[in-house]
Write a protein that binds this ligand. Structure first.
Ligand SMILES: Cc1cc2nc3c(=O)[nH]c(=O)nc-3n(C[C@H](O)[C@H](O)[C@H](O)COP(=O)(O)O)c2cc1C
Length: 366
């Protein structure tokens, strides 16, 4: 079993690096969001402050290196590079599912390398929802936390992927109960995240009622797990490749899910297809506290190209700052109150769901 998970993890990494596994016809929705340009910003570029305090921790920027890997030899190298990046930029780092090392403790080194590399970084642990419905309880969660001295812990939702992988566990009965039990005993912030299909406001409300500390809506527009499973199954299994194609773009676009969640009032992470600093700025402006990015970091981390990772991070931050400068936003709070125009499919989704987009266009009076 542990070996099977280990091989699957490796296949996922290679497919994500080599194939086009992003959403096809559906977009994140950030293309439907436009800032109002402010020609007289009356601030200096070097005064712009991208720092944020969340989970009682001060970060230099709102970027979260989002959950990807662990459980295979190559994950050690990837997690080491990502941890170095998190440390250098004082940003948060989420690790991939720790299930492989719960099953086989000899794989712990592929995760705890992150803590060794960045002793003071904010590192987030991870396990999947199907496991907490029956298999795992607080004992395993505590083991996962201890493994990396986690500062927060995530349970990921991947109902779509579980349906589309031949070895999947599409068993979600009891997950809510499992979350409730974990929340009762866990000593660090508990986050619930999706993996690329979005979370609707109905579920956000439910998670808020469970007193979950933050949600990562991880919507459609970036990495598609249906696409990944298409490449895994295409030459092996009979009907699965066709089914994965049918669901390639399934889910709620990232910008839509971010705005839906922001109406509920909960610590909010936006992710799924965030590919530049302008997307990051838009995600913050529509209500996110942190913005998660996965796929763009995978290849340079796998290739051990730390300079490339650093360049990428510097580019994201520079683009975020330019967007802040041009919207007269000295800090992230100003950015959250900047004026936006929301149009197209995103407006359509939101208004159909009873959320007015008008309020975004005249929020800032100065
Ligand atoms: C190679 C790879 C592995 C992933 N593994 C996990 C995982 O173990 N746990 C998890 O919560 N999300 C996992 N994800 C999902 C990401 O955290 C994120 O939600 C999703 O990829 C959308 O973001 P992106 O478009 O920036 O890649 C993985 C993503 C990638 C690319």
């Amino acid at each position: 079993m542990a070996e099977e998970i280990e091989n699957r993890k490796f296949e996922h990494i290679i497919i994500c690096i080599e194939e086009n596994i992003e959403a096809n016809y559906k977009k994140t929705g950030f293309q439907d969001i436009e800032f109002i340009h402010r020609a007289l910003p009356e601030i200096d570029f070097n005064e712009i402050d991208t720092s944020i305090n969340i989970f009682n921790h001060q970060f230099n920027s709102p970027i979260l290196i989002n959950a990807m890997t662990g459980g295979h030899e190559v994950s050690k190298k990837i997690n080491k590079n990502l941890a170095k990046l998190a440390k250098e930029f004082n940003i948060s780092l989420a690790l991939g599912s720790q299930r492989a090392a719960i099953k086989d403790p000899s794989l712990e080194y592929t995760y705890n390398i992150a803590r060794e590399t960045a002793p003071d970084a904010f590192i987030i642990g991870n396990l999947g929802a199907p496991q907490i419905s029956d298999e795992y309880g607080m004992f395993e969660i505590n083991r996962a936390i201890k493994m990396i001295q986690a500062n927060a812990f995530t349970i990921h939702l991947n109902a779509l992927q579980e349906c589309l992988q031949s070895e999947g566990d599409p068993f979600y009965k009891g997950v809510i109960n499992g979350l409730q039990k974990i929340k009762k005993d866990i000593k660090i912030p508990l986050i619930v995240k999706e993996t690329g299909a979005g979370i609707a406001k109905e579920e956000i409300m439910l998670l808020k009622n469970l007193e979950i500390d933050a949600v990562d809506i991880s919507g459609v527009g970036g990495t598609s797990w249906a696409a990944v499973e298409y490449y895994r199954s295409k030459d092996k299994v009979k009907t699965l490749p066709e089914i994965t194609k049918t669901f390639w773009d399934w889910g709620i676009p990232t910008a839509v899910a971010t705005i839906e969640a922001s109406t509920i009032g909960i610590n909010l992470i936006s992710s799924g297809g965030v590919r530049n600093g302008l997307d990051i700025a838009k995600a913050i402006a529509i209500g996110a506290d942190l913005v998660g990015i996965s796929l763009p970091f995978l290849k340079p981390a796998y290739e051990d190209d730390y300079n490339k990772l650093k360049e990428l991070m510097e580019k994201f931050i520079k683009e975020l700052k330019i967007a802040m400068f041009l919207t007269k936003s000295k800090n992230l709070n100003d950015l959250k109150n900047s004026n936006l125009i929301i149009s197209g499919t995103t407006k359509n989704w939101l208004e159909t769901r009873g959320i007015s987009t008008k309020n975004f266009s005249n929020r800032s009076e100065n």
